[in-house]
Each structure stands twice: as C-alpha cells, then as structure tokens.
Write a protein that binds this ligand. Structure first.
Ligand SMILES: NC(=O)C1=CN([C@@H]2O[C@H](COP(=O)(O)OP(=O)(O)OC[C@H]3O[C@@H](n4cnc5c(N)ncnc54)[C@H](O)[C@@H]3O)[C@@H](O)[C@H]2O)[C@@H](O)CC1
Ligand SMILES: Nc1ncnc2c1ncn2[C@@H]1O[C@H](COP(=O)(O)OP(=O)(O)O)[C@@H](O)[C@H]1O
Ligand SMILES: [K+]
Length: 462
C-alpha cells in the first residue's frame, strides 16, 4: 500500500528545511516529472498546449514549457501574469529562451492543465469556468499538473473541474484525489518525485493508505491434511429476498469457505451447493446478515447480534436502531452511501443528505469511527473506504461495471467468507474488496454487462 496525505504543502516545507533544498529545486523536479512522462509517451512533433494560472501550479507549467521547448511543438498560454516570485522567475527563464507564448487556447494533441493546484481557495470566476469548459471540450490528451483545476483540497468539484486522462501529482498522493467525485476527473494517477529523499515520506506519519494489487492475500490452502471444517462454516441469514443471500453464499463458497448455510424459516429453493437450516449452525465461524433481510423480529435479530462470532452487517440492517448496541469488536459494516447516512442518523452523529456525505466521505467516516472505534467500516462507493478507529484504506480499483444490483451482496459474501476462514476483519475487508474490484477490472467484454455471477466467476480466476 502507498501512503496518502491530506496535504503536502507543510511536508514540502519541512523537506526544504531538513535537506537544505529550495522551492526552485522542488519545482524543477515537479516539471521534470511531467516532462519525462510526455517524452516517454508522445512523439516529438506533437503539439502541446500548456495552460498556466497565476500561482505556483502555473509556475510548474511555465517551467515545463522551458523543459519541452524545441523538443516538442510547445505553446504556453498564461491566464494572467504570475503572482508568485518563483512564477516571475520561471517566466523570465522561459522568455529568455523564446518559449512560444499564445494569446488563445486551441485543440493541441496534448493539453497540460496548470491553472490551479492545491491553492484553490475560492469559487471559480466566470473566466476560469469558461476556460476549463473549453479545455474539457477539446479532444486532446489531457494531463493535470498536481490536481485537476477546479477540484478543491477536499476533492470536491467547485463548479467545474478539468477532466484529465492522467494526473501527475507532486511529491506524494493527496487525499483529494480519492474522493468519489474526483474519480471522473483525475484519470490515472502518477506521482512525480520532487528530489526529496524517499525516506522522508516513508517516515512521515499518515493514517491513510492506497491499496495496491499486491495487498490482495488470497485464501490459498497451505495444508493438505485438511477437511471442510478447516475452512470455516459461514451462516448467511436470509429474509424477504432470498436472492441476496444466495448471491452472498455463492460468493463465499467460491472464495474458499468450507461450508455455507443459508438460515431461513421457510424452505427456500437454493443452489444445491449451499446448505439450508432454520437455526444457526453449531460449528458456525462467521455470520452475514442484512442482505435481502427485510423485516425481522427484534428478539430474533438480537439473538444473532449478541453471538460472539465475526459478523458482516449489511443493507437493511442499517435502518434498525438495535444494531447500535452491537457495534463491537466482532462487527464489519458494509453500507452504501444511502445506508451510511441512515446509520449516521440512528447513531445521533448527524442528519445529512447523500450529496453532503459524498462530498465529505472521509470526514463522516472519521466521525463515525471516533464514536465506534471497535467496528470495522467499509463504505462503498467508486473509491471504497475501509476504516477502523483512526486508520483508513482506500480501494480505487472499482469501476462502473459494478453499479448493478447484487454487486454489494457479492462483496458481503466475500468478506464473510474470509472472516469464516479466520482472517482478521481489516485484512478480510482489504482482500475481499480487492478481489471484488479486480474481478470487475478483469472482466474485459464491456462495462455494462457484468453480473454478480460473472463477478464470482472472475474471483475464481484471480
Ligand atoms: N510547495 C511546493 O514547494 C511546491 C509546489 N508546487 C506547485 O504549487 C502548487 C500550489 O501553488 P499555490 O499555492 O501558488 O496555488 P495555486 O497554483 O493552486 O494557485 C493559487 C493562486 O490562485 C489564486 N486563486 C485560488 N483560488 C482561485 C479562484 N477560485 N479563482 C481565481 N484565483 C484563485 C490564489 O489566490 C493564488 O494566487 C501545487 O499545486 C503544485 O503544483 C510544485 O511546484 C512543487 C513544489
Ligand atoms: N461506479 C462504481 N465504481 C466502483 N465501484 C462501484 C461503482 N458502483 C458500484 N460499485 C461497487 O459495487 C458495490 C455495490 O453495492 P450495493 O450498492 O450494496 O449493491 P447491492 O445491494 O445491489 O448488492 C459496492 O461494492 C460498490 O463499491
Ligand atoms: K492543475
């Protein structure tokens, strides 16, 4: 996993002091980072338009124009004269070698957005909105310098934001790039090193981490002298919609759990691989409840919630106040945003809209985890957040093929499967969530036809 920081400005300052560097050295490295990317990816004669604002993000762009001068067909458009000292210096340098300044933007092969960086601190004015809108309409390959212009430090879109194919971010990953809203603007994300010792970021504390493919720990079996009981027995509690329990059960069975039983009062028609019972199994090692549950008698629910077994609580359960008494060290919660706002309300933390949550996901996850530090929370979304106490892990591998009924049931089944097999809760959530999103990513047909069955098939082939 890679470290993510809420802000890097103070880190840059500290690094400058620690290693006797200068803003100029850092900026040169920032621009070299983008120069290297462009030089590697594009042919020499391609047209590049760099659009620079008045702050240091703009100054990065002016430095980049100098670095690419005569190597590419580069044009530099300034929204205004630079305001910062280093920006003025970069401009002098660029002018001294006759960089090509242009008075109008145009559809180049490549556009580099250096209008605003992390210094965006107010609403965009009309000129900036028009400029970003025009750039977005160009069919160019689009590179955002540090952060797409128009995204603020919390990853919210002000009025409009630059839609990049890639964001080359300076120094270290920033939280703002991983809001759900940002996902449609950042494109790929790449870090440009600023000439600061790697050791510096390694030793700087953070509570946020970006998950990588290598963090996936599949439930490989490492002993031969085993039997089905060795790999746990998951009970999936069924309710009004048995389909959800079947999806979760099939996902769990395919992900290695030795036995899966659907617990239901009625005799349901279910796949022959899955067992069925009316009561919790004696050798049950984990429980999944909530998916398709509908209404349930409080005393029955309480009898399940009070069991000292790892549990995944999902879906309908987030509308029942009873769960507040059981938010303990056995529990994993897997709400989607609508369910999470219900939970926040039940827990008397806040009464907010989905939009407010989606604009401030990290903030509300933190508030919830401060109140319930024993619980492991997985907040679904285009960038999944896994949190416990103060620690946050972000899974950004998901894509829109997962926006379909039943995807969440697969995920709950996968987490419950790993819990039944003995994974710790945070580790279980990390590996299940990675398997879930990587399976979707590997599905290569198109991005509309993925079904829960395809997802489960993909998980068998990871
Ligand atoms: N900290 C450092 O040492 C480094 C910073 N670098 C670059 O510097 C950037 C940050 O630079 P700045 O702090 O100058 O900030 P920005 O370049 O993001 O620009 C902010 C400027 O625009 C103005 N502004 C903010 N919001 C506005 C709005 N809505 N409408 C009109 N004007 C607005 C501000 O008053 C300020 O003058 C980073 O994103 C990064 O690209 C890099 O060069 C690497 C090194
Ligand atoms: N656009 C998207 N990008 C990434 N992941 C997505 C996207 N849409 C949905 N998902 C994922 O799909 C799952 C949907 O779960 P949920 O809404 O609970 O569905 P259901 O209850 O129908 O099974 C979650 O894991 C969510 O993170
Ligand atoms: K930018």
């Amino acid at each position: 996993m890679k470290k993510i920081f809420d802000e890097v400005r103070s880190l840059d300052k500290k690094a400058i002091e620690n290693y006797f560097l200068s803003e100029d050295i850092l900026m040169e490295h920032a621009s070299i980072g983008i120069q290297k990317y462009i030089t590697k990816k594009f042919k020499k004669n391609e047209k590049i338009l760099i659009v620079s604002g008045t702050g240091n993000n703009g100054a990065d762009g002016i430095a980049l124009a100098r670095l690419l001068h005569k190597k590419f067909d580069v044009s530099l458009y300034l929204t205004n004269e630079p305001k910062t000292e280093i920006g003025k210096l970069q401009l002098k340098r660029a002018k001294s070698i006759n960089v090509n300044f242009v008075k109008d933007i145009f559809q180049a092969d490549i556009i580099v957005d250096c209008i605003f960086g992390t210094g965006l601190n107010k609403e965009l004015d009309k000129n900036s909105i028009d400029l970003i809108e025009k750039l977005n309409n160009f069919k160019s390959f689009k590179i955002a310098c540090d952060i797409p212009s128009g995204l603020d430090i919390l990853g919210r879109v002000t009025t409009i934001a630059f839609k990049a194919n890639i964001t080359i971010t300076m120094g270290a990953l920033k939280t703002a790039l991983f809001s759900d809203v940002a996902k449609d603007y950042v494109g790929k994300i790449k870090v440009a090193k600023l000439g600061i010792e790697d050791e510096f970021f390694q030793s700087t504390l953070t509570n946020k981490y970006l998950l990588e493919k290598s963090d996936l720990v599949l439930p490989y079996r490492n002993i031969e002298n085993s039997h089905k009981g060795t790999y746990g027995h998951l009970n999936v509690i069924s309710g009004e919609k048995v389909g959800a329990s079947i999806i979760a059960s099939m996902a769990a069975f395919s992900f290695g759990t030795g036995l899966v039983t659907i617990i239901s009062e009625n005799q349901e028609s279910i796949p022959h691989l899955i067992m069925q019972d009316k009561v919790i199994s004696k050798n049950c090692t984990a429980i999944a409840i909530g998916m398709g549950l509908g209404k349930i008698d409080d005393s029955k629910l309480e009898n399940i919630l009070k069991l000292k077994l790892p549990k995944v609580l999902d879906a309908d359960i987030f509308y029942n106040k009873l769960i507040l008494e059981y938010l303990n060290e056995y529990v994993v919660l897997t709400p989607h945003p609508k369910e999470f706002i219900s939970l926040l309300k039940l827990a008397n933390i806040t009464d907010i809209s989905i939009e407010e949550l989606q604009n401030n996901r990290f903030k509300y996850v933190k508030e919830f985890c401060n109140k319930y530090p024993d619980v492991v929370l997985l907040l679904k979304g285009s960038n999944v957040i896994i949190a416990q106490d103060d620690n946050i892990y972000i899974n950004s591998f998901g894509n829109s093929s997962l926006s379909k009924g039943g995807s969440g049931d697969v995920l709950s089944g996968l987490i419950a499967s790993l819990l039944a097999q003995g994974y710790k809760r945070v580790e279980g959530c990390i590996s299940a969530s990675l398997a879930h999103t990587l399976s979707a990513l590997n599905y290569s047909k198109n991005n509309y036809s993925l079904t829960p069955d395809n997802l489960i098939e993909g998980i068998k082939n990871l």
